[in-house]
Design a protein around this ligand. Sequence first.
Ligand code: INI
Length: 180
Amino acid sequence: MTSTKDTTFDPTVLEGLRDRSGESLEPTAVGRGLRIALVCARFNGAITLRLLEGALAALEAAGVDRADISVGWVPGAFEIPLLALAYADAERPYDAVITLGAVIRGETGHYELVAGECARGVQDVQLSTRVPVIFGVLTTNTVEQALERSEADETNKGREAAESALAMISVLEQGSVASA
Ligand code: INI
């Protein structure tokens, strides 16, 4: 997550598009009955805790039951993919895994390696397991940027990551892509 900017559209535009395709798979934000895992890095913990707060608040607001949420801590962003994989291919897999971390360029000479391997690993896990694994890992130049992206408001990237998890779960359950 290098940028806070997203040029989006008003969801009502979809209404005008629906009758121009055979189906339209659109995200919903219903959390009841879903099991969600969060993998959180302890490195830069003052930031990742704020991301976790944002994610938990969003899951709660969407109706995810507390008993259906597991929070797992790893040392740093580099370790995130392995625990994400363990959640995604557990005997009773989670519906989505949300990964939360903060890799700050100013603090490390191996920023590219840590951030890049984390992102690659997260993508590998979701593509190999078909479980949505959301990349809620901040990659910023400064601590100030990371603090800004983890404010306790609607711009919190942990909150956005939770919303992305619900969106992906719902889209993958619809129409021609739904598994039997
Ligand atoms: N881990 C992070 O999550 N963020 C960082 O900014 C970071 N820096 O700066 O190095 C970092 N390093 C630790 C790394 O993720 C591993 O935990 C460590 O290398 C042990 O494998």
